[in-house]
Design a protein around this ligand. Structure first.
Ligand code: OOB
Length: 532
């Protein structure tokens, strides 16, 4: 296995193979032997359609071109592209080359990309040219200046001073296939309070997740999956998502933004059967569905996850946005929980699902270390054939997220029903879940403390009707006579190059921070104080 990764202990690996959880399936191949595969639509956008034949050829040619640039097995490539044809082709090309994509999100800015390049020692960064509020080529320049490992910047669209992704091309090569136990790609952690950690996922474990999820969600050759959330996120990529649709001969329909004005026409024209959204988007789509002139009746299944969906919003979904609602509670580290398509509606409305596979081991652990009884709150620990055993190149602190027995401590406070379904109640650590977008408190606090006007800073989540939580920054200013304003704090963070979704919604000025008995900032006291 790749250096810096924690393998499953051999007895577990043997067991997973013996039981058929892990087999030889590798990611990046397409079902070209399906009847008529060459001409079946694989990837559809508002303007383009690629058949399986087109996609297979394009991936082979790009893999060859990348190989010509010197990229190969185990090379890390930070990928930051919008949901579009280029992203799917690049993803397949890297998998075929045995190079390892590190999926960044389009919302990331210089600070996040520098961190991802440094922590993966990436040799290449692939981005798009620009969107209305961001020129990725400027980010690329700053990233080149702030990192040592990058040898290539490839740009989709107008490359400016860099190389154009569209010119990377070559005659298809006969490439050696990866071993199914090799790492295939890196996902980013959403549930940790510092900067995102890299999560190595192997072909075998991810293929298992895809097979099981596809069966549970009824994916097949007739599936038309709309990818409206960022494709580099586990939910849209592989739950069963884009990769799930493409392994079975279905169609991945790509939207560069989840806006209903863009997605509803696509649902209608492509006959979309399933999509996945975060809770705030569900509210937005429900509103838009009332007024739309587009026929979105082809939508069978709406998957909702990334943050808790309230039962009131949930109850409006069936019949208005798809026939069936499915709650999905998952994490990039592995474990996925789904409500089943034939569950009674009350289960789909009130719970966040139960584990995908019988092989998933789950424990709900109380504060006192004892196993929680049904209905009792505790932190969810998990281990299994598609849950990693460690972060990539984990430091001392990162290792504490795994128990000595190899269970991943999710940081989620949950309750389990007698039937084994979870309700997510909160978190044990410092992450604000802003409608599904995870804001790591410690990361933002470190940026805030770089501002000479700020003496002390604490980032907390406060209840919000649409987002679930909003981000509040509590600040003790250096000079009480000249405290910074919210607008200035946001501008200062933007100048430091952090993603817009991490900017605070609220700023609270304090004379001093409440402290716990051991002298840490007492965030519970802050939350309690500000909630009323
Ligand atoms: C998904 O993955 P991540 O890695 O971005 O974030 C994981 C965290 C979980 O630990 C939990 O705190 C929260 O996001 N979460 C939910 C949830 N789904 C995720 N909290 C409440 N209700 C839910 N349904 O967010 C993710 C990965 C795969 C599938 C779906 C979501």
């Amino acid at each position: 296995m790749l250096e810096g990764c924690v393998p499953w202990p051999e007895p577990f690996a043997e067991d997973y193979r013996a039981r058929g959880y892990w087999n030889d399936e590798i990611l990046g191949s397409l079902p070209m032997s399906l009847p008529g595969a060459q001409d079946r639509p694989a990837v559809v956008t508002g303007t383009r359609t690629l058949t399986y034949g087109d996609l297979d050829r394009a991936a082979d040619r790009l893999a060859s071109g990348l190989s010509g640039l010197g990229l190969g097995a185990a090379d890390r490539v930070v990928v930051q592209l919008p949901n579009d044809v280029e992203l799917v082709v690049l993803c397949l090309a890297l998998l075929r080359l045995r190079a390892l994509p590190v999926f960044a999100y389009p919302a990331h800015r210089t600070a996040e990309i520098v961190h991802l390049v440094n922590s993966s020692e990436a040799v290449a960064y692939v981005c798009s040219d620009e969107v209305p509020d961001c020129d990725y080529r400027t980010i690329a320049k700053d990233v080149l200046a702030g990192t040592d490992s990058l040898r290539h910047v490839l740009v989709a669209g107008d490359p400016g001073p860099f190389a154009a992704l569209s010119e990377v091309d070559g005659e298809p090569l006969d490439l050696p296939a990866p071993d199914a136990r090799d790492v295939a790609l890196f996902l980013l952690s959403g549930g940790t309070s510092g900067p995102p950690k890299l999560i190595p996922r192997t072909h075998a474990d991810y293929a298992y997740q895809l097979r099981q999820s596809s069966r549970l969600c009824g994916f097949g050759a007739g599936t038309r999956y709309l990818c409206a959330l960022p494709m580099g996120h586990n939910f849209a990529l592989a739950c069963p998502g884009v990769l799930g649709a493409l392994r079975l001969g279905g169609t991945a329909v790509l939207a560069s933004s989840p806006a209903p004005e863009l997605c509803f026409p696509l649902i209608e024209s492509a006959g979309v059967t399933v999509t996945s959204l975060s809770p705030p988007l569900v509210s937005l789509w429900l509103d838009a569905a009332e007024r739309t002139a587009h026929d979105i009746g082809s939508l069978e299944l709406l998957q909702v996850g990334e943050a808790r969906l309230g039962p009131v919003t949930a109850s409006k979904v069936p019949g208005r946005l798809g026939r069936v609602l499915q709650q999905v509670y998952g994490m990039a580290e592995g474990l996925l929980n789904y409500t089943r398509l034939d569950d009674p509606e009350s289960v789909a409305l009130h719970t966040q699902g139960r584990p995908l596979a019988a092989a998933d081991e789950v424990r709900v652990v109380r504060d006192d270390g004892q196993e929680a009884a049904p209905g009792e709150e505790g932190e969810l620990f998990t281990r299994g054939p598609y849950t990693v055993r460690g972060y990539y190149r984990a430091g001392e602190g990162d290792r504490t997220q795994f128990t000595p027995e190899g269970f991943f401590r999710t940081g989620d406070v949950v309750r389990r029903t007698t039937a084994g379904y979870f309700e997510v109640v909160g978190r044990t650590n410092d992450v604000v879940n802003r409608g599904g977008e995870k804001v790591p408190a410690r990361e933002v606090e470190e940026h805030l403390l770089a501002d000479p006007r700020i003496a002390s800073a604490a980032v907390i989540g406060l209840p919000h009707p649409d987002l679930g939580e909003q981000t509040c920054v509590c600040v003790v200013p250096q000079d009480v006579a000249e405290p910074p304003t919210l607008r200035e704090v946001r501008a200062g963070l933007t100048d430091r190059g952090i993603a817009p979704y991490k900017l605070p919604d609220r700023l609270v000025m304090l004379g001093r921070m409440p402290l716990t008995a051991v002298g840490k900032i007492d965030k519970r006291a802050l939350r309690d104080h500000l909630r009323d």
